[in-house]
Design a protein around this ligand. Structure first.
Ligand code: ADP
Length: 258
């Protein structure tokens, strides 16, 4: 009964959110968190009320990407305000910096449930959930509790290994009945800062082919851009710059809200 009651409280908290989008990837380092942050920030700039839930318990990096490294909060119920339209919550607000989380599966699922239940997002338009890479406990905990009306986005880079792993993430999403909104190819091509020509450092277009094969929408691609590293290290979402990457991210957002 305690579990059933908790589930009810989660459902009631989640029912105040219009759209829930979980961001997944097969591998780490493909730009999943960068995508979550810029998606959320871009939506907030368009006037939507947005929350980001950092569900990566072992590598909670969302606060760093907003320049909120080292910030500690006392109450899980209050997410941190980034702007009037954007709030974030992360395990990193509640654990000492650099301390590894050594939880077993059930503890991780409980932590995820506590976050879904306890964070007071209020009436918001979008909740973006940044999942850890792969298909582990956190992903399962989110999928089983966030509500069947939620959507998933899969981020991949163009290399074959990333595509293969993201196919696994995609199949996992389908298996647990998450509606897949589509796939994003990140680090897709490189705009040379000197000659402005596009150079394909990694192969390009693999994600689009995969999306076709899996009968899933392709949402767009973001080029490799040195300014993205700079801006995320400095706590500024790249979507606020004027760049090819920012225009492409905005096109993806337009596609998502249509
Ligand atoms: P993940 O969440 O998949 O582990 P991150 O979003 O943390 O990946 O990104 C990993 C690193 O790659 C970060 O330093 C980020 O700034 C950088 N990065 C992400 N996307 C791009 C891109 N399109 N161009 C250049 N650097 C990028």
């Amino acid at each position: 009964p305690a579990l059933a009651e908790r589930k009810q409280r989660i459902d009631s908290n989640m029912s105040k959110i219009k759209h829930k989008i979980v961001v997944m990837s097969g591998k780490g380092g493909v730009g999943k968190s960068t995508t979550s942050v810029n998606l959320a920030y871009g939506l907030s700039l368009r006037g939507y009320k947005v929350g980001i839930l950092d569900a990566d318990l072992h590598g909670p990096n969302i606060p760093i990407m907003f320049g909120k490294e080292g910030v500690k909060l006392s109450k899980i119920s209050e997410p941190l305000e980034i702007s009037e339209n954007l709030h974030i919550s992360s395990l990193s607000f509640f654990v000492p910096d650099n301390s590894p989380v050594v939880w077993k599966g059930p503890q991780k699922i409980t932590a995820i449930m506590e976050m879904l239940e306890g964070i007071r997002w209020g009436e918001i338009d979008f909740l973006i959930v940044d999942l850890p890479p792969g298909t582990g406990d956190e992903t399962l905990g989110i999928a089983q509790n966030i509500g069947t009306d939620s959507k998933a986005i899969v981020v991949t880079t163009p290399q074959k290994v990333s595509i293969l792993d993201s196919t696994r993430a995609l199949n996992f999403a389908k298996l647990i009945n998450l509606n897949v909104l589509g796939i994003i190819e990140n680090m897709s091509g490189f705009i040379c800062p000197d000659c402005q020509k596009e150079v394909n450092i990694f192969k390009k277009g693999g994600a689009e082919t995969m999306a076709q094969e899996k009968k899933t929408d392709f949402l767009g691609s973001i080029p490799l851009d040195g300014n993205i590293v700079e801006s995320s290290d400095n706590g500024l979402p790249f979507i606020s710059n004027d760049s090819v990457a920012s225009r492409k991210m905005n096109d993806i957002i337009t596609k998502i809200i249509e």
